[in-house]
Design a protein around this ligand. Structure first.
Ligand SMILES: Nc1ncnc2c1ncn2[C@@H]1O[C@H](COP(=O)(O)OP(=O)(O)O)[C@@H](O)[C@H]1O
Ligand SMILES: [Mg+2]
Length: 254
């Protein structure tokens, strides 16, 4: 069964950046197949990886619901939906990317969702690692039928308020029926030394720090130049921090 690495944290703290750097780690240092899943409807993981996203799983769902008779004549609708799903998967040499896109609107989408979920589960079997870049509410994770997460990486900025948001997410996890094996805290844009007040709050929340990432000027530069984070130099400080963390993460999750 694939190992699931998932991100959590409020908007703007760096989940997508870390996801891109984790993808970079696998692309550069591991031969294991990775499926990156962009599960944030305001998604931009693809963009940070320099990929153009034309269609999402949400688009397939919407189109199908708008025109359920649009299935080519003589074709089974399950096969049709699966064919469309195959078109959404972006295949790269070092990893693949699936963009979930919008969550459903009104109406009953159960049948389509079941087919799409089943397809996603079949697809996932082909990968040793799954990486899920979530939105704050973690809708996608809670929808997964098996709900296993090998490590949930909770990202915070260096602020007590950000950290408390992580605390609230941590408390909410109990309601989500997820099977989370390990949790780790990532402190993003962190100074060299964390304040005692910050560390006390970390202690109270009870999620161990697995990584501190300093502010990395290259990230802003790459963002402005619309360059893929896969092309960041090995000695970029955020890259070094995430590479080091991934060594630890792989030891933890096996
Ligand atoms: N360590 C860092 N140093 C500099 N800029 C960063 C760092 N981490 C994230 N950023 C920037 O912060 C912004 C928000 O990050 P993002 O990963 O999109 O957050 P999220 O996915 O949690 O909403 C992006 O513009 C990103 O380039
Ligand atoms: Mg994001």
């Amino acid at each position: 069964m694939s190992k699931v690495i998932a991100m959590a944290g409020k908007g703007g703290v760096g989940k997508t950046t870390v996801s891109a750097l984790v993808t970079r780690y696998f692309a550069k240092h591991q031969n294991d197949p990775l499926l990156a899943i962009d599960a944030d409807p305001n998604s931009n993981l693809g963009e940070t990886l320099g990929l153009e996203i034309e269609k999402t799983v949400g688009d397939i769902r919407e189109n199908f619901m708008k025109d359920p008779q649009g299935v080519p004549s003589g074709m089974d609708k399950i096969i049709y939906l699966e064919m469309l799903m195959n078109q959404v998967l972006i295949e790269q040499k070092e990893f693949d990317l699936l963009v979930m896109g919008r969550q459903e609107g009104q109406g009953c989408y159960c049948m389509v969702n079941n087919i799409l979920n089943r397809f996603a589960e079949e697809l996932e079997k082909n990968y040793k690692y799954l990486l899920v870049d979530n939105e704050a509410g973690m809708e996608h994770l809670s929808r997964r039928t098996r709900g296993k997460v090998d490590i949930l990486l909770m990202v915070t900025d260096y602020a007590l308020r950000g950290l408390r948001a992580v605390g609230r997410i941590n408390e909410m996890l109990g309601d989500l029926k997820l099977d989370i094996k390990h949790k780790g805290l990532i402190v993003n844009r962190a100074p060299k030394e964390l304040s005692q007040a910050f560390l006390d709050e970390v202690e109270r929340i009870g999620v161990p720090i697995v990584c501190t990432i300093p502010d990395d000027g290259n990230l802003l530069e790459f963002d402005m130049a619309q360059r893929s984070l896969l092309d960041l130099p090995d000695d970029s400080i955020a890259v070094k921090a995430v590479d080091q963390m991934m060594g630890k993460v792989q030891e933890i999750i096996g």
